[in-house]
Write a protein that binds this ligand. Structure first.
Ligand SMILES: NC(=O)c1ccc[n+]([C@@H]2O[C@H](COP(=O)([O-])OP(=O)(O)OC[C@H]3O[C@@H](n4cnc5c(N)ncnc54)[C@H](O)[C@@H]3O)[C@@H](O)[C@H]2O)c1
Length: 313
């Protein structure tokens, strides 16, 4: 019998890559997405069941589907969005996640996989940051991911379903559609002589190539059999923003770009000056990233300059 999986947010950057990997594994895949930031061109529409639906609406009105598993990725993925709109993370992230939990219970879906984020730690005081580290929250986005995790864990402890929660660093690679590399490439295409860099350029972050990330999400969620588990998904490497800009410029064959720093340790209110997650727990499941951050940045720039990406701009 073919297993069926639902991917919420499946038309987005990470979701579409998860969809493709599930199809390769023989799943029948249903995508729930309202296309607010996602794009149908990301998806093999002839191979999936696509439902255009805003998941803020009552879960009782979501299509009834008997799936074994739900990958819940639909969200406002813009960490900065909450600065100007204090409701967006509550509605798009927490409310939608609560709906996804109730929908799973109603439809007897036994496995719930959630895309959380390194932002749940805010500005922690341990690096690399392990899963047990206490949070020092600095953004409404991070707060919404933390509270979503708590709802999922409570439903899991009621034994409604088993859950796997992944705290991602920034994903990059094929299909990438938002974030620092996107911003840099866009600015440089507009004016190759100069580049505005938010903050002092010394912020240190970890990045994960989408090919490594997808393997981690699918393999670990299939392997672990705990009631509810949280895994950091990041890279053992880090890179500062200035070095990242150097690689982007090099890959675009630009060697005389003048950098303008907006200044300060953070790129924006709520930005974390250092993101580096401890991934030992995920490593115990045989997973570790294989693609270096530099190679992945270069792949991402090539993708953004390619015809594939131009279709989405
Ligand atoms: N990209 C990253 O580096 C990163 C890092 C940490 C966590 N995450 C999380 O991973 C998930 C996927 O991120 P992404 O980068 O692919 O973002 P994305 O914006 O490309 O994808 C999000 C998808 O969800 C859909 N969506 C949003 N609100 C919806 C709603 N109310 N109803 C139905 N569909 C809705 C969008 O149309 C889009 O297709 C998100 O939950 C995000 O918070 C991403």
């Amino acid at each position: 019998m073919t297993s069926e999986a639902i991917v919420t947010g499946g038309a987005g950057f990470i979701g579409a890559n998860i969809v493709k990997a599930l199809l390769e594994r023989g799943f029948k895949v249903h995508v729930f997405d309202n296309l607010s930031t996602g794009n149908l061109d990301n998806l093999p529409l002839d191979k999936i069941n696509f439902c255009n639906i805003d998941l803020k609406q009552n879960y009782k009105d979501w299509p009834t589907i008997e799936a074994s598993c739900i990958y819940h990725l639909a969200a406002n993925a813009d960490v900065r969005g909450g600065i100007n709109d204090h409701n967006i993370d509550l509605k798009e992230n927490l409310l939608v996640t609560k709906n996804a939990c109730d929908f799973s219970l109603k439809n007897n879906i036994k496995k719930f996989v959630f895309a959380s984020s390194a932002t749940v730690y805010g500005e922690p005081n341990i690096f690399p940051t392990p899963e047990e580290c206490t949070s020092n929250q600095t953004s409404l986005y991070g707060a919404s991911k933390m509270s979503s995790e708590a709802f999922i864990q409570a439903y899991s402890n009621y034994k409604y379903f088993q859950s796997t929660i992944f705290r991602f660093v920034s994903w990059i690679g094929y299909g990438y559609s938002h974030g620092v590399i996107y911003d840099f490439v866009k600015k440089l295409l507009n004016d190759p002589s100069k580049l505005e860099i938010l903050g002092n350029g010394k912020q240190i972050k970890s990045y994960l190539d989408v090919r490594d990330g997808v393997k981690g999400v699918i393999n670990i969620s299939e392997l672990h059999d705990q009631n509810s588990s949280v895994f950091n998904l990041g890279h053992f490497q880090t890179m500062n923003v200035r070095n990242l800009a150097d690689i982007v410029c090099d890959e675009m064959n630009l060697n005389k770009v003048e950098y303008h720093f907006t200044g300060g340790e953070r790129g924006w209110v709520g930005d974390s000056p250092l993101v580096h997650l401890d991934t030992q727990k995920a490593n115990k499941y045989g997973w570790e990233p294989e693609i270096s951050i530099e190679d992945s940045i270069r792949t991402t720039v090539r993708y953004l300059l390619s015809e594939d990406s131009k279709r989405f701009r």
